[in-house]
Design a protein around this ligand. Structure first.
Ligand code: ZN
Length: 328
């Protein structure tokens, strides 16, 4: 039986249910939060997050993948507290989010560097998070994450991406990559991960929903990756209507098996002075937007219940089953 690690322990992939494949619970610059945002450490932060996740569960979603890794303020004690207060499954991630340099501790520490090591300590950290648990909580990571943005394949970005690939090969843990469709960086991801021997069916190309370029999306899907239509509620450059129309166009071309939906939102972030500011600035960027607005729009456009089930249930399940035979 294939299983997935969640914040409350392993579950069968058959029990993942309806999944949002790219979310966050808390999203922050942890150093800034430690110094300037004491409100994060108040009990209300935990109870508010749990209430939001419970509302999401009540709306029919069973599982979220929390892609908060090093560089995005992963704080496992808080995740553990929230997980204990909700029936929603939270798949926790390991990896590193950078558009440029590796995090400071790794600049001089690794193969061929001042502190020369036989293997990249990034790989060792990721594998430890997957096999033993994160930061003393015993919660094991169920997903790997890295990023490539407008700056392209910077040396630090490439080092992290190859470390994520090696951890995937060693542990069978699937991968999500933050990409910038403006520079078609999903294709760079597929090239680098292929070089490392990664099966591209174990990869979500994140933020594909930020483009309406069907040709680009088909090229990515044709190589077997799942496309993250995962920024519903972010409406700066592309509207919900455009995001929905792109999904419908892909389905009409036969790609329903390549799509998964999400918001990329969070319950609390230090990116805004207060949670109220976040919700005022981005009123649709919340966990219920897909349920309240997107699914009705998809139905209105002729998307069937079976197609919705494929995108919310079958595709995420396949993502977590792809490498399951290699997992311990
Ligand atoms: Zn994200």
């Amino acid at each position: 039986m294939a299983t997935v690690q969640t914040a409350r322990g392993p579950i069968a992939t058959a029990d993942l249910g309806r999944v949002l494949i790219h979310e966050h619970v808390f999203l922050m610059d942890m150093e800034y939060t430690f110094n300037y945002r004491p409100d994060f450490f108040a009990d209300a932060t935990i109870t508010d997050a749990a209430a939001r996740l419970n509302a999401l569960k009540a709306s029919g979603i069973d599982t979220i993948v929390d892609l908060t890794v090093l560089g995005l303020g992963r704080h496992m004690p808080s995740i553990a507290k929230v997980a204990a207060m909700t029936e929603l499954n939270i798949v926790v991630s390991t990896g590193c989010y950078t558009f440029d340099e590796v995090p400071g501790p790794f600049a001089f520490y690794g193969p061929g560097l001042l502190r020369d090591t036989p293997t990249d300590p990034l790989v060792d950290h990721f594998v430890r998070d997957i096999e033993q648990g994160i930061a003393g909580t015993g919660i094991r990571a169920g997903e790997l994450k890295c990023a490539i943005d407008m700056a392209g394949l910077r040396p630090g970005v490439e080092r992290v991406m190859r470390a994520v690939a090696r951890a995937n090969r060693m542990t069978g843990t699937p991968i999500t990559v933050h990409t910038a469709p403006q520079i078609e960086s999903g294709l760079i991801v597929q090239q680098v991960l292929s070089e490392e021997g990664v099966d591209l069916s174990e990869v979500v190309i994140g933020h594909c929903g930020d483009t309406t370029d069907i040709d680009y999306l088909m090229r990515l899907a044709d190589r077997g990756s799942l496309l993250g239509m995962d920024r519903f509620g972010v409406e700066f450059s592309i509207t919900m209507e455009q995001r929905v129309a792109t999904i419908v166009a892909m389905i009409r071309r036969g790609y329903v098996g390549s799509l998964a939906l999400s918001h990329d939102c969070c319950a609390w972030s230090d990116f805004f002075p207060a949670v109220e500011d976040y919700h005022a600035a981005m009123p649709n960027h919340h966990y219920l937007h897909i349920h309240d607005d997107v699914v009705p729009a998809l139905r209105e456009a002729g998307v069937s219940e079976a197609e919705l089930d494929t995108m919310f249930v079958a595709n995420p399940r396949r993502h977590f089953e792809a490498g399951a035979a290699r997992r311990g």
